[in-house]
Design a protein around this ligand. Structure first.
Ligand SMILES: [Zn+2]
Length: 269
């Protein structure tokens, strides 16, 4: 069968698949940031979200976003520092959130494993971040460690709307609950570690359109590069691990996670 009209849609070259590192801490990395960003681009990682952990690093993240095309920032106070989340810190974060290059609120959340701040302080700071997320419409970047019950309860109580669970570590039951609420699940380099069986099960159970990838640089270097500090270029390793778990090729996985990243972070462009 012949068709005299060239099929415009299908003949158009597919947009180049590029990866998004939805969570890195450039301000904690050593070396020349311009080179880090270039190396990421060479590995086709063309969007990086530099996640603030306190007012100073959130400001630094915004400066990085202003300096490098493809880099975006968030503003927030990490649960480890929740005890320092006072009124001036809150105002500093709120001010940064007014900038369109600041695409998310956080990182915030609950960490009952290291407990570097009292759980009460963590919960108070978490609730305030959720309120900021609701006010600004910017997604909440959430860190949870050994605190799933409280984290999911507080997110529901405070009516959190747009949620990214960073460095996802929950089990399949948490996947079901979080995915059912429309939250995004972001997987990091620890997915590539031997012994990551339960995490792999969780990553396989997560619905396709809600799966993101991240490096959490300079932490959690994927297995293939282990021993060196992590870098945003390595997010492709996590995408590859996800692809093999889910029976997709790498290009398809990169495309899916990039598309989900734009859904999760509407100001990413
Ligand atoms: Zn982080």
């Amino acid at each position: 069968m012949t068709n005299p009209q060239p099929p415009v849609e299908t003949d158009a070259p597919e947009p180049r698949a590029f990866a998004v590192d939805t969570h890195c801490h450039l301000f904690l990395m050593e070396g020349d940031m311009a080179e880090v960003v270039r190396a990421a681009r060479r590995a086709r990682v063309e969007r990086l979200i530099c996640v603030g952990i306190d007012p100073v690093s959130s400001r630094r993240s915004l400066e990085m976003a202003e300096s490098f095309r493809g880099v975006f920032a968030t503003a927030g106070v990490h649960p480890h520092s929740a005890s320092e989340f006072d009124r001036p810190a809150g105002s500093a974060i709120e001010e940064l959130l007014a900038d369109p290059l600041v695409v998310g609120v956080g990182e915030t959340g609950l960490d009952y494993y290291r407990r570097l701040s009292l759980p009460d302080d963590q919960q108070r700071a978490f609730r305030t971040h959720i309120a900021l997320s609701r006010e600004t419409g910017k997604p909440l970047v959430v860190h949870v460690r050994d605190a799933w019950d409280d984290a999911l309860r507080i997110l529901a109580e405070e009516g959190a709307e747009r949620v990214v669970l960073h460095c996802f570590s929950g089990d399949e039951q948490v996947v079901r609950e979080a995915a059912g609420r429309g939250y995004f699940l972001s997987f990091a380099g620890n997915l590539t570690y031997p012994g990551a069986g339960p995490l792999k099960a969780a990553a396989t159970a997560a619905p396709e359109g809600q799966v993101l990838v991240e490096t959490d640089s300079p932490f959690l270097t994927p297995q293939a590069a282990r021993g060196a500090p992590n870098s945003p270029a390595n997010v492709v390793e996590t995408a590859a691990a996800l692809a093999s778990l889910r029976g997709l090729n790498l290009d398809a996985m990169v495309r899916l996670t990039a598309e989900a990243s734009f859904q999760a972070f509407p100001l990413l462009r």
